[in-house]
Design a protein around this ligand. Structure first.
Ligand SMILES: [Zn+2]
Ligand SMILES: [Zn+2]
Length: 194
């Protein structure tokens, strides 16, 4: 039976920009002349946050805007409840089909003039696909990439922050744009009005 299995291959992570758990870190050369064999690296596993944020990154590949691609994953007790990516509402032509992104065309800065964007945000799409019970006390993972610049700081926009608060989501994990992520208690947003 075991002969049918393919041999182990080096692991590759979902993204070329993030390396949350260090699989891309080059192995160190053994020190000294006596070291004949290079030691195998210890088998490491990603923690839950790394695991789910990498899934959010994979989800973002489905986004339909060529300016920014976001993916969101909602989990409860480390089980995926729902996923979402940013895209035009069902039946509406999206940025990719139109060949034009209004916000990109008008060079609107990030975080402003959301009325000019046709898409439903990744966080919103993940939230509307889950039940109120599932969302209460859940965690949302968010990973976004900017066209050309790669992974970006993926803090939710003010509208999504409000939705996250009202959904009762207890923990937000979003990529920091530098290969790692931030873990946030959404209640902290209440200190300044969002
Ligand atoms: Zn767009
Ligand atoms: Zn948003």
């Amino acid at each position: 039976m075991s002969s049918l299995r393919t041999p182990c291959r080096p692991r590759t992570i979902l993204s070329t920009t993030g390396d949350y758990f260090g699989y891309n870190t080059p192995m160190k050369k053994p020190a000294g002349k006596t070291a004949q064999k290079q030691k195998r690296p210890a088998h490491t596993r990603p923690g839950w946050d790394e695991y789910f944020i990498n899934i959010a990154k994979a989800v973002s590949a489905r986004a339909t805007c060529f300016r920014r691609r976001y993916g969101a994953v909602v989990t409860k007790d480390n089980v995926i409840v729902s996923t979402g990516y940013n895209g035009a509402p069902s039946g509406m032509r999206d940025c990719l089909e139109e060949g034009v992104c209004t916000r990109k065309e008008l060079k609107i800065p990030h975080g402003e003039r959301y009325e000019l964007c046709h898409s439903v945000h990744a966080e919103a799409n993940a939230i509307i696909r889950a039940s109120a019970d599932e969302l209460k006390g859940a965690t949302i993972y968010i990973s976004g990439a900017d066209a050309g610049a790669g992974e970006c700081l993926s803090e939710p926009c003010m509208m999504c922050k409000r939705m996250i608060l009202n959904a009762g989501i207890a923990k937000v994990v979003h990529s920091d744009g530098g290969g790692s992520y931030h873990v946030i208690n959404p209640k902290d947003w209440l200190k300044t009005r969002v």
